[in-house]
Design a protein around this ligand. Structure first.
Ligand code: PHE
Length: 393
């Protein structure tokens, strides 16, 4: 560290050194050799000051105190020693003054270079990159657990020839309900109460705006896919869906599903259950068993509800002598709804119901993620609390 001593003018001209303010006569100097020693004294004082450590402002003050035009030592000597000097001393005073001036100028210039290069050096030390210091690390982010479960499920279905399609979250009632064989006033609409969008009236004011809603399930994409493509169809549809549910530990007005649809000329119920069983075992592990129970959806016939033997208690309903907390002792866990595509649906997409058959399923992702990763509150998925998110790096 460079310690600097700032030379001040009082420093350069302390009271005991005020000789340049007095005349030679006052100082009793009458001989040329006295002139020489007087100048030697001044020079020694300068040398003492200039050899101290200096920073740039200190150097500037020192220069002013010696070479300054108004009260620099050199100026005072010219004023008080040279001008009034007796004629026989004038010559030697003049010569010494010139020598002193040259000495001051060269020495100060040398010091200026020193001071500047020291400042450069100090700056380069200050700014030097120390490669041995630990680096600035940035935590890398990770996928949200929901996105991860989507990916796990997508990978499983990829491996058996399904591809992914995505669709709009804002739908028309036609795709969300009617084309799925859910006419207006059908009671299942109660379970799928949703958010309708308030739209501005159409500019021509003749036609009422088409009502739009937030899709209540990913099933509208069954229709959109079949409208676009002829069989064979094998797709899954990951996405967000919405229902007017009050939030609690198992309900949220926004949640996630993966729809599945396979339609071809020779798809049987056996293909259907085999596919689901394959998926469930890939997702939960090879030892789980699946079963299905009859259920009802307007767009599948027959409709089923798939259950999986509880992967947490090995399907026994008990763990460590207690009732299994995951299946509540039931040994089975309800997984998702599915079924063979209802022939009525083919009518909406111009498929020949006599020639084609297929199956569809709708997996609730949040529920599966909660089950597999032991999460007991669905709300936590939407809160973006990093303490939760970081548990799934
Ligand atoms: N769309 C249904 C729901 O959200 C699930 C489902 C999809 C059922 C496909 C059968 C076939 O509840």
């Amino acid at each position: 560290m460079l310690r600097s001593i700032s030379a001040t003018s009082t420093d350069a001209m302390s009271s005991s050194d005020n000789k340049p303010e007095r005349t030679l006569a006052d100082l009793g100097v009458t001989q040329p050799d006295q002139v020489l020693s007087l100048f030697a004294e001044v020079r020694a004082r300068f040398d003492g000051q200039v050899s101290r450590p200096l920073d740039h402002p200190g150097w500037e003050i020192l220069r002013q105190s010696w070479l300054g035009r108004k009260s620099g030592v050199l100026m005072l000597i010219a004023e008080h020693w040279l001008k009034p000097a007796a004629p026989d001393l004038k010559r030697s005073v003049g010569q010494e003054l010139n020598k002193l001036k040259a000495h001051l100028e060269t020495t100060l210039e040398e010091r200026r270079l020193d001071v500047e290069s020291l400042a450069d050096h100090a700056a380069s030390i200050r700014d030097r990159v120390d490669l041995s210091l630990p680096g600035v690390t940035r935590r890398s982010g990770s996928h949200h657990l929901i996105r991860r479960v989507f990916q796990e499920i997508e990978d499983i279905f990829f491996s058996i020839g399904f591809s992914v399609v995505e669709g709009p979250e804002i739908e028309t009632p036609y795709y969300n309900f009617e084309a799925l064989n859910i006419p207006e006033f059908h009671p299942v609409r109660d379970d799928m109460d949703t958010f309708y969008l308030e739209l501005p009236p159409s500019p021509d004011k003749k036609t009422a705006p088409t009502p739009l809603l937030l899709r209540t399930h990913t099933s509208p994409m069954q229709i959109r896919t079949m409208e676009k493509q002829k069989p064979p169809v094998r797709v899954i549809v990951p996405g967000k869906v919405y229902r007017r549910d009050n939030p609690d530990a198992t309900h949220s007005f926004a949640f996630h599903q993966i729809e599945g649809l396979a339609v071809d000329t020779d798809i049987t119920f056996c293909d259907f259950t085999g596919t689901i069983e394959y998926f469930v075992q890939q997702f939960f592990g090879p030892s789980v068993k699946t079963r299905f129970r009859p259920s009802y959806f307007p767009f599948t016939e027959p409709s089923v509800e798939f259950d999986v033997s509880c992967p947490f208690c090995g399907g026994t309903g008990a763990s460590n002598g207690n009732t299994c907390s995951k299946c509540k002792g039931a040994a089975w866990i309800e997984l998702f709804g599915a079924g063979m595509v209802d022939p009525a649906v083919y009518g909406f997409v111009n498929y020949d119901a006599k020639k084609v058959s297929g199956f569809a399923f709708g997996i609730g992702i949040d529920r599966l993620a909660m089950l597999k990763y032991g999460i007991d509150d669905i709300q936590i998925f939407f809160q973006n609390d990093v303490r939760f998110l970081r548990q799934f790096p």
